[in-house]
Design a protein around this ligand. Structure first.
Ligand code: TYD
Length: 399
């Protein structure tokens, strides 16, 4: 594994704390590497999953209209295209996807007990454990194999990718399909969105790496969709080697694009690391200039991504007064590491705000629609994606 980037000392990105919890906060050194053999980009040292995914996990899939719509459309597409009679979701969070399948047809794996319990109350069978070979064997023993296994923004969270895929293979019917989506490495490199890298994202997947890893696990990719969610993601459709679904050519297309973009070469990653360091310098300069001009800056969306940016750049309450976020579990708390207070938009997104850093830049369209009044009265958004800039005037386009 070749190290190419260091994002410094980072806390658990979603562990928003109360003021008295600051003393015991956990930090680790975030270093990212490239595996020359599999082409996988991963953390050099993984954070232990129970430190991140536990009873107080705060990320709700249903916290944005964009994601609610995305999962409704995805569920409908899967039903129409594959008509599965039973579906297993790995990482079912608050049931935003599973709810579109009847309780007799959907089953979830969700280690965060708070979400597992609320989804059980919707009537679904949920195993609140981490996905592993042991769990796969237990589930197959009780329920048989599944025709469809689905997972969104979860497979990239699991450090042991080899075991993860082996466990999927075991739980999958001979003619079954494994559909999963995660942020795309190519999109991250093109958008300079280094904030996709934080504790939960143990790996940032390229199709090239997934193709290698799935093959090793006895599976093959037969189709890929590109989606705009989470800053640009890949939805991969895989089956057991020699399975019944015809290949539609998208795999070859993506492999070629990634190869042209240099995803197989170390120098692409060292160049990216250089752009990340420049982005930090520019963002600090911009924020200092704006602040020195007597302006009030807040941050919009208390995201894991903004935890990564603020801790890497050393941005605290000297530059950002507070963060506004709609998630009740984050409000009244301090952001991880740099301890910026989080308040509700009703409380904090008022006429006193001059600039808002887009912590949730991936929801730019949804946010600019919602905050048209802020823009009309001269309020401005700041982003670092794809480059550090102030977004002026209309129309503002999603990066
Ligand atoms: P997301 O970008 O999905 O996060 P992460 O980097 O943690 O994966 O998180 C979106 C966060 O932004 C979530 O806490 C809800 C918040 N949010 C708002 O406060 N207002 C909004 O209009 C939107 C779209 C999101």
């Amino acid at each position: 594994m070749k190290k190419f980037l260091s994002l410094g000392k980072q806390p658990i990105a979603n562990a928003f704390i109360t003021p008295d919890e600051g003393q015991d906060e956990f930090f680790y050194n975030l270093k990212v590497g490239f595996d020359k053999e599999t082409k996988l980009v991963s953390h050099m040292d993984f954070v232990d999953p129970p430190l991140m995914f536990n009873d107080s996990y705060v990320y709700h899939t249903s916290s944005s209209k964009t994601m609610i719509k995305h999962f409704e459309e995805t569920a409908k597409m899967i039903q129409e295209r594959f008509g599965p009679n039973r579906i297993l979701e790995i990482g079912s969070n608050d049931g935003t996807f599973l709810r579109h399948f009847g309780i007799a047809h959907g089953m979830g794996i969700e280690p965060c007990e708070n979400f597992a319990e609320s989804t059980r109350q919707m009537g679904f069978m949920i195993y609140s454990e981490f996905w592993s070979n042991k769990l796969s064997v237990e589930i197959v023993g009780r329920h048989g194999r599944f025709y469809t296994i689905y997972s969104a923004n979860c497979i990239c969270h699991i450090p042991n990718i080899k075991e993860t895929l082996e466990a999927v293979y075991f739980a999958l019917d001979e003619n079954g399909i494994f559909i999963f989506e995660d942020p795309s490495l190519l999109e991250m490199l093109e958008r300079n969105s280094y904030d996709q890298i934080y504790d939960e994202h143990a790996h940032i997947f390229s199709i090239t790496a997934l193709n290698n890893l799935l093959k090793e696990a006895g599976m093959e990719i037969f189709s890929i969709d590109k989606t705009q969610v989470h800053g640009g993601s890949n939805r991969v459709y895989a089956q057991k080697e020699g399975g019944p679904h015809p290949h539609d050519g998208t795999l070859e297309l993506e492999l070629e694009q990634e190869s042209l973009a240099g995803l197989n070469e170390v120098k692409t990653y060292t160049a990216f690391a250089k752009r990340v360091r420049n982005s930090k310098t520019k963002l600090l300069e911009l924020l200092h200039d704006i602040k020195d001009g007597g302006n009030k800056i807040v941050s919009y969306g208390a995201t894991s991504k903004s935890t990564s940016v603020f801790n890497y750049c050393g941005i605290g309450t000297d530059l950002i007064d507070y963060i506004v976020d709609t998630t009740p579990d984050k409000q009244g708390k301090l952001s991880p590491g740099v301890h910026i207070p989080v308040v509700s938009p009703e409380e904090g997104f008022d006429d006193s705000v001059d600039y808002a850093f887009l912590g949730a830049w991936n929801y730019l369209d949804e946010i600019t629609k919602k905050e048209s009044e802020f823009l009309r009265r001269g309020g401005q958004f700041i982003t670092h994606v794809p480059e550090v800039r102030v977004l002026r005037g209309e129309p503002i386009c999603q990066p």
